[in-house]
Design a protein around this ligand. Structure first.
Ligand SMILES: [Zn+2]
Length: 261
């Protein structure tokens, strides 16, 4: 633990990889994972849906009212929730170091906590953006404010180009229809940042926070950057085993660890 903290303070550049555990500590339910929202069901208009059903491209075609109601409630919850203090502690530690945030969370809480939008890669998108169901559009727009009560079909957001139904610009389950144009732009900035860190021989470390094993996106991203001999600090309350002598494990929640920096 103290070794992990000294690594962070001595580093010149820090890549942060944040999974659902980072948001859970602010009081938000994880979406994926073993106890994620997708394992639960919800009743809308007298019909029971699993979250898994509602978070699919198909749902926005077959049951758009229910699917949008679920998304808008999720968006409202994200807006009403304050990012926990660990975010500002992390920002304080990183403000004088080169840094980049890679996150699978779609709640924009890093942005809300004050991190620079040009230093964030949201690999699963953001609930604050939407796209047309026609993937040939290749555009995304900010999701407008829509009243959730008594949501009617005509209240649902329409594509500014062709007028058809929109859906959130987040990676849904089994999703072949996500338009990752915004996320790809962020990823290009992240790749450029990595190249710059290597070219300028910065003392780089990676911190992986709150990323589980069920969906390995964030773990894989964190492990891939450390292949070139940078240390990785893995922070999670469980499943903290690592495979490289360069990796350091800390069995703590995201907030507990960040508040100890
Ligand atoms: Zn369209």
């Amino acid at each position: 633990m103290s070794y992990a903290i000294s690594l962070i303070h001595e580093a010149e550049a820090v890549a942060v990889f944040a999974g659902a555990g980072m948001s859970v500590d602010s009081g938000l339910l994880p979406f994926r994972g073993e106890d994620g929202l997708w394992t639960k069901s919800i009743v809308m208009d007298g019909k029971s849906y699993s979250h898994l059903e509602l978070m699919s491209n198909h749902a926005f075609i077959e049951s758009p009212n229910a699917a949008w109601e679920f998304i808008l409630k999720l968006k409202e919850k994200y807006e009403q929730t304050t990012p926990h203090q660990g975010y500002s502690k992390l920002l304080d530690v990183l403000k004088d170091k080169a840094h980049f945030i890679v996150t699978s969370n779609v709640d924009e809480h890093f942005l809300k906590a004050g991190f620079d939008e040009h230093s964030i890669f949201e690999c699963h998108g953001s609930v604050n953006y939407m796209q047309c169901l026609d993937i040939l559009e290749r555009e995304v727009w900010i999701t407008p404010e829509i009243k959730i009560d008594n949501l009617q079909l005509e209240d649902l957001p329409a594509c500014p180009n062709c007028g058809s139904m929109c859906r959130p610009n987040v990676l849904l389950f089994g999703d072949w229809f996500w338009i990752p144009i915004r996320s790809t732009h962020q990823q290009m900035r992240y790749i450029k940042w990595c190249k710059e860190m290597k070219a300028t021989k910065r003392k780089l470390i990676a911190i992986e926070i709150g990323a589980g094993k069920t969906i390995r996106t964030i773990r894989n991203a964190a492990e891939s950057i450390t292949l070139s001999d940078f240390p990785l600090i893995r922070v999670n309350p469980f499943d903290i085993e690592t495979t490289s002598p360069n990796h350091v494990s800390v069995q703590m929640t995201a907030k507990e660890f960040l508040m100890s920096l």
